[in-house]
Write a protein that binds this ligand. Structure first.
Ligand code: FES
Ligand code: FE
Length: 332
C-alpha cells in the first residue's frame, strides 16, 4: 500500500456506480488491490485476496449477494463473512477467521467512494459535497473515466489552474488574446479552500460562445475539487466535481461530473465529449511535468498571484501531511 497517512483515511472515488453491475470489478487504490461487487444492499469493497490461498476474489463471481472465490469456491457475504466452504459438509462450522477484509464503501453522486480506514463510517469522515447533483434545475453528466500516467496532486492542481485555459485549451475554453487573470484571493471556509470569483474571458463548454465567466474554485480534499463557472449575463452555470483515483505514485483515473442549468434538452453526449477533449489536452501536460511529484515547498517553483489556488493547494497538502505524489523536500 502507498503509505500516506491522509489518503488512507479519506474517501476516494474508485468507479462510477453504474459500472459495477453483476460481475466483480477489480481496481487498484494506493497500490492496494480491491474488488467491488454489487449486492441487494449496495456495492461492497473488499481487499482482492482470498484468505484461503490468496486467489484474487475479483476473478470469481457474484451469487446470491455473495462473492465466490474462483479457486475453491468459498463464498463470502457482503459483510465479508465466509458462509460456505464447499470442501466441507454444510453442517461443519466455518472457522471465524475465514473472513474477507472489508473496506467502507458508499455510493454518492453516482460515484463509488472507498475509504481504507475501516472506522470511517463510525467516525463520520465526511464525503465531498456537490449539491448541484441533487438540484432539479441542474443536469449532471458523467465524463468517461480517464486514465492518466501522472501523480494525483499534479492532476488536481491542473484542474485548479486558471492560467492554462488560454493556452492548453485555446479555442475550446480559452483565448490567448485574453490570458490575464485578475487578482483574487483564496479563503478557508469551514473545511475547504474557496477562491473569490475570478473573471475570465472564456467559453464555458466548447460551444464557441465566449463571454466573461466568473470562476470559483474549491479544494475539497487532497484528491477532490470543484469548479463553478457563472455567466451573469444569462445566468448560465456550469459546475464540475473533479476527483482523482490514485492507483499508485504515477497512475491515476479521473472521474468528473459536469453539471449545467441550461441546454437541458441538449444530448448529454455533447458535454461528455467536450470533457473528453479537455482532459486529452490536459494529459499532454500533466503526463510530462517534472518532477512528477508536486513540489510542496513553495520555494521550489515560481508562483504568481494568478497561482493563488495552486499555492493554497500545495500549502494545504503540506499542512495535512500528504506525501503521496508530493515532493516534500524543504518542508520542515
Ligand atoms: Fe479462495 Fe481457496 S483461494 S477458496
Ligand atoms: Fe485543463
Amino acid at each position: 500500500m502507498v503509505e500516506d497517512k491522509v489518503l488512507i483515511k479519506d474517501w476516494l472515488a474508485v468507479a462510477y456506480a453504474g459500472d459495477v453491475a453483476d460481475k466483480p470489478v477489480k481496481m487498484t487504490l494506493l497500490n492496494e488491490r480491491i474488488v467491488l461487487f454489487r449486492t441487494s444492499e449496495g456495492i461492497k469493497a473488499f481487499k482482492d485476496l482470498c484468505i484461503h490461498r490468496g486467489a484474487p476474489l475479483s476473478y470469481g463471481k457474484v451469487v446470491d449477494d455473495c462473492i465466490v472465490c474462483p479457486y475453491h469456491g468459498w463464498r463470502f457475504d457482503g459483510e465479508g463473512k465466509c458462509v460456505r466452504i464447499p470442501q466441507q459438509p454444510p453442517e461443519q462450522t466455518i472457522p471465524p477467521k475465514a473472513k474477507a477484509i472489508v473496506y467502507p464503501c458508499v455510493e454518492r453522486y453516482g460515484i463509488v467512494w472507498v475509504n481504507l480506514d475501516e472506522d470511517a463510517i463510525k467516525k463520520g469522515t465526511p464525503l465531498p459535497f456537490y449539491e448541484e447533483f441533487d438540484d432539479p434545475s441542474f443536469r449532471t453528466v458523467q465524463a468517461a473515466p480517464y486514465v492518466l500516467h501522472a501523480a494525483g496532486p499534479r492532476v488536481v492542481e491542473n484542474f485548479l489552474d486558471a492560467g492554462h485555459l488560454a493556452f492548453v485549451h485555446e479555442g475550446l475554453l480559452g483565448d490567448s488574446n485574453f490570458p490575464e487573470i485578475p487578482d483574487y484571493h483564496v479563503h478557508w471556509k469551514e473545511n475547504r479552500y474557496v477562491s473569490d470569483e475570478i473573471a475570465i474571458y472564456a467559453d464555458a463548454d466548447g460551444s464557441g460562445n465566449y463571454a466573461t465567466l466568473y470562476y470559483t474554485y474549491e479544494i475539497l480534499r487532497p484528491m477532490t475539487a470543484r469548479l463553478k463557472k457563472v455567466n451573469y449575463e444569462n445566468n448560465q452555470i456550469l459546475s464540475m466535481l473533479f476527483t482523482v483515483l490514485p492507483h499508485d505514485e504515477r497512475k491515476t483515473t479521473v472521474f468528473a461530473l459536469v453539471t449545467r442549468n441550461y441546454a437541458l434538452d441538449e444530448p448529454d453526449s455533447y458535454f461528455r465529449d467536450f470533457q473528453q477533449k479537455v482532459i486529452e489536452q490536459d494529459a499532454f501536460i500533466v503526463e510530462n511535468q517534472k518532477p512528477e511529484e508536486l513540489p510542496l515547498d513553495l520555494q521550489a517553483e515560481l508562483h504568481l498571484k494568478a497561482d493563488r489556488v495552486s499555492i493554497a493547494y500545495r500549502r494545504w497538502l503540506g499542512e495535512l501531511g500528504v506525501t503521496y505524489g508530493s515532493d516534500v523536500t524543504g518542508l520542515r
